[in-house]
Design a protein around this ligand. Structure first.
Ligand code: URA
Length: 433
């Protein structure tokens, strides 16, 4: 078999068979197929797409390219969730302890922030002492003892995807639905959980800008999960507006705790309840409504918050910061963004707002940058809210004064105003299962 023939076949619009896909993934992972041939194939896939069967074969080949986590020692149903990424998306901090408090086993590998989007691992690390790097034995034994563990991704999980993702990033081939679906699902399959719930975001702060694109991606991922024998569902949720009010690492921990304690009722809570109820419904094979009731009870009776405390304690985090989030470290500078007009916020560009929080120090502009955990934004107003002249739109937090002005300018550039309230778009577009 020759890589040249595989590229030509895809270039001419034909479907690749399993042997050809396996040959490519094996050769690319071991280095015998060079980047320039892999790039040509990625571009051919970008233009000609892939059938469902090709996408499933590509996913399985990538999942098999490195370590696969064996969760068979864990009693009970193992569950995982994945978000395609957004701004203010702290759903894992809430959903994971909620479902664990209801008996689901959460053995979760999470990522760091990427571009304008935040990452669960950074958020957890912002709690002093929290360890996200555990040995495989520590990982499994914590899930056995507490029902929940959240760590960074193992270095050798789906290495073919790691190489291909870096290549796609510099060859303008990220934005292809079969390539995104296989990239995400290869990591989920290798991570080993039996039930997978995907939160596919749509809107200005998401990869998929329209609900139609998000639906196509979600359907492909659910199809792959099912073909691989995993119970899989996906929710299409809004990311046109940042989720919740807090953006930035310790700020997001603070908001997550407030939802877990039942003190906050907002869009963030609604999305978390929908995700958690879908996980519980899949894992326990019970109707959604029954699962949703159990999820609400887990929050109102304190068991979800207790499970979060257990998670923090088990991984070395300072639990006193969770018990009293006012003790979490704070940025030295808090600066209010004041409105110079009256009107409704008719649209906010979530990607620009996420980038403004990165400028304040909450994310990395380059791979090796260090994060200022206390930096970020609290939104006082969101799309649909009325703002009066002189009113506070948002508060910016940072430890570096020089960052305030560029971040403030960005934040204001992300907002459109109008005299009439905008049409409300749905928070949860649909569920695919
Ligand atoms: N996230 C991934 O893991 N892979 C992609 O291709 C896009 C987003």
């Amino acid at each position: 078999m020759r890589m040249y023939d595989i590229i030509r076949k895809k270039r001419d619009g034909y479907a690749l068979d399993k042997n050809e896909i396996d040959f490519f993934i094996k050769g690319y992972t071991d280095g015998s197929i060079p980047d320039y041939q892999a790039s040509a194939l990625m571009m051919a896939i970008y233009f000609n797409g892939m059938t469902d069967e090709e996408t499933a074969n590509l996913t399985i080949a990538m999942a098999d390219s490195g370590d696969k986590i064996d969760l068979s020692e864990i009693d009970g149903v193992t569950v995982d969730k994945h978000s395609t990424g957004g701004v203010g998306d702290k759903t894992t901090l809430i959903v994971a302890p909620v479902v664990a408090s209801l008996g689901c086993k959460v053995a979760k590998m999470s990522g760091r922030g990427l571009g304008h989007t935040g990452g669960t691992v950074d958020k957890l690390e912002s709690v002093n002492g929290f360890r996200v790097e555990l040995t495989p034995d520590e990982f499994i034994s914590q899930v056995k003892s507490t029902g929940i563990c959240v760590v960074g991704q193992s270095g050798n999980l789906a290495p073919a995807d790691k190489k291909l993702y870096a290549l796609r990033d510099v060859t303008a081939t990220v934005n292809s639905i079969p390539l995104i679906a296989s990239s995400i699902m290869s990591k989920k399959l290798a991570a080993g959980s039996e039930c997978i719930v995907l939160d596919v975001k749509t809107g200005s702060g998401a990869f998929m800008k329209s609900p139609e694109e998000a639906t196509e991606l979600a359907e492909k991922m659910v199809d792959i999960g099912k073909k691989a024998g995993r119970k899989t569902a996906a929710l299409i949720t809004d990311m046109d507006i940042p989720l919740g009010t807090h953006i930035g690492n310790t700020l997001e921990v603070q908001e997550a705790v407030s939802v877990l304690r039942g003190e906050t009722d907002n869009d963030l809570k609604e999305v978390c309840i929908a995700l958690a109820a879908n996980i519980v419904s899949l894992a326990k094979n019970i109707p959604f409504e029954k699962a949703e009731k159990a999820v609400n009870t887990a929050i109102s009776d304190g068991s979800a918050f207790s499970k979060f405390r257990e998670l923090v304690m088990a991984q070395g985090g300072d639990v006193s910061l969770i018990d009293d989030t006012s003790k979490l470290p704070k940025a030295e500078i808090a600066y209010n963004i004041i409105s110079d007009k009256n009107g409704y916020i008719s649209h906010m560009n979530a990607e620009i707002i996420g980038s403004a929080s990165v400028v304040l120090g909450a994310g990395r502009e380059k791979k090796d940058d260090t994060i200022d955990y206390t930096a970020g934004i609290i939104l006082n107003k969101k799309t649909g809210d009325y703002v009066s002249e002189g009113g506070i739109i948002a508060t910016l937090y940072t430890n570096d004064k020089a960052r305030l002005s560029p971040a403030g300018t960005m934040l204001l550039s992300a907002l459109d105003f109008s005299d009439i309230p905008p049409r409300k778009s749905p928070l949860i577009y649909k569920t695919i299962n």
